[in-house]
Design a protein around this ligand. Sequence first.
Ligand SMILES: [Zn+2]
Length: 233
Amino acid sequence: MLPIIEKLLILQDRDKAIAQVNDALAHAPKERKTFEERKSATAQKLESAKEAQRANETKRKSLELESAQLSAQVAKFKAQQNLTRKNDEFAALANEIRHFEEKITVLDDQQLELMEAAQTLAAAVETAITEHRKVESEVAGLLTDLEKRCSNLAARREELCAERTKLAADLDEDTLDTYERIIRKKGDAVVPLEHGVCGGCHMKVSNATLSDAMVQKQIVFCDKCGRILYFVE
Ligand SMILES: [Zn+2]
């Protein structure tokens, strides 16, 4: 194998490793977002459970107030009843009192129902809190792992880039330019030529290309795709 091909293969190996590291790092924000979304989903669930609890309490308080107002009214009617001497007025007031007391009973029943529902709602809030805490701590762990992985990858990339700079400096400018142009376009630049077939485009190369590659005197390009070929027995 030509020494230049050996050098290019090492360079290509580092370039592919750098590309892999870059891919992994580029994927990190999406992973981070997925974790954050898990956390905000349980936070939202907890918030709605709390909201339902608040709504129940507000409704209960308003029924309580309404019932107290009606009771005050009943007390007023009873006081009026004590003062009146007219039988028809007394009867009318008694009618009013019965009517108001019926309303109070309905309100009290509704309050009781809400109190029962409040127990279920409180349990739902507790469950949501437990679930949210669990997810929160899980996500914190996942995010720590992710940050660790990212910083390892960044360090690895630095190492690879330093190696790459050294390897590139050891190549003549034309060869390096050619290599970089091909790898940018094709994803790989140096490929094996096996049984007369290019390892990049998988096409059979011409006889002239094949014999040039077999001689291994100079860099040979695939006549179909333009990649740099190295002959494999
Ligand atoms: Zn080819």
